[in-house]
Design a protein around this ligand. Sequence first.
Ligand code: ACO
Length: 320
Amino acid sequence: MPRRSVITGTGSALPPGVVTNQDLAGRLDTSDEWIVERTGIHQRRIAAPEVKTSDLAVEAAEKAMAAAGVTAADIDLIVVATATPDDTFPATATRVQAKLGVRRGAAFDIAAVCSGFVYALTVADALLKSGGHSRALVIGAELFSRILDWEDRTTAVLFGDGAGAVVLEARDAGDRGILAARLHADGRHADLLYVDGGPGSTGTVGKLRMKGREVFRHAVANLSSVVGEVLEDAGLAPADVDWLVPHQANARILEATARKLNLPIERVVMTVGSHANTSAASVPLALDAAVTDGRIQVGDICLLEAMGGGFTWGAVLLRF
Ligand code: ACO
């Protein structure tokens, strides 16, 4: 029986501050109607200035650990996916480690923007399967509000803050766990979605810039193809998928991906309406929402996918 990485607990954290489309329409040339029609977003959470990415990560991680029934002493790997770390260094994962009281194993960050959680899950899976680690916290945590140009209506309306986490545990037997994972990158498209400054090495602070229409086109094509790859790797068909848990960028991208898979929209976990795009946090936030409300049950086949700046993209297929 192969060693497999099983998600044994999920958790999430959202700052209490709600910013609605109407709030944004009060200070930008936009409208609730435009935002809802083009993106499906109704509101987003924005953190208070004193909140750090590691604070949200820790809150999500604590909930995931409680759900899994484990304590800090049981964790020997922490991987934080973030494009908005607390500091240039040390890694936000080491801040999380200290705050949680984890005292052994490794802790590091992964920067793959919106695909960060899928990247982190894949890397943690490989480390667990190699036998060097036994129980990981895999976290996606972002404060995108800090890198938005609040004067730019083409990006300011799309993003929000939040964190999601899972406990990922190596198991020797059973059919649960990660069945297939694929990662991709194509650095030629960096200029379609990037931050025009920062980190410390440049001595500048940057803001997010995006050519949305072109990103949209690449997203639909890349996501459909990587989803096909993991299904083929696992010997499964789209009809075997119980839940699509996609990166929450835009309801229209989610609907297009579901259509290509021939998956009914009820099988797609959608949180973009209330969270907006939380980058690396969006997949674990969506996963936790569907686990918490009882939609995703142990044994269900879940397909996680994401695409983000770089471009980077990937998918993970698992039996929950
Ligand atoms: N309010 C009102 N009007 C707006 C707004 C706004 N907030 N933003 C743009 N517009 C205007 C534009 O200026 C443009 O006006 P023009 O025709 O006079 O020039 C018009 O609306 C149409 O703009 P488009 O960019 O063509 O609109 P589109 O239908 O492509 O929707 C959007 C834009 C929502 C950004 C879409 O392209 C998108 O979601 N792209 C994916 C980007 C994304 O999600 N990136 C996140 C990270 S990568 C990922 O997660 C996949």
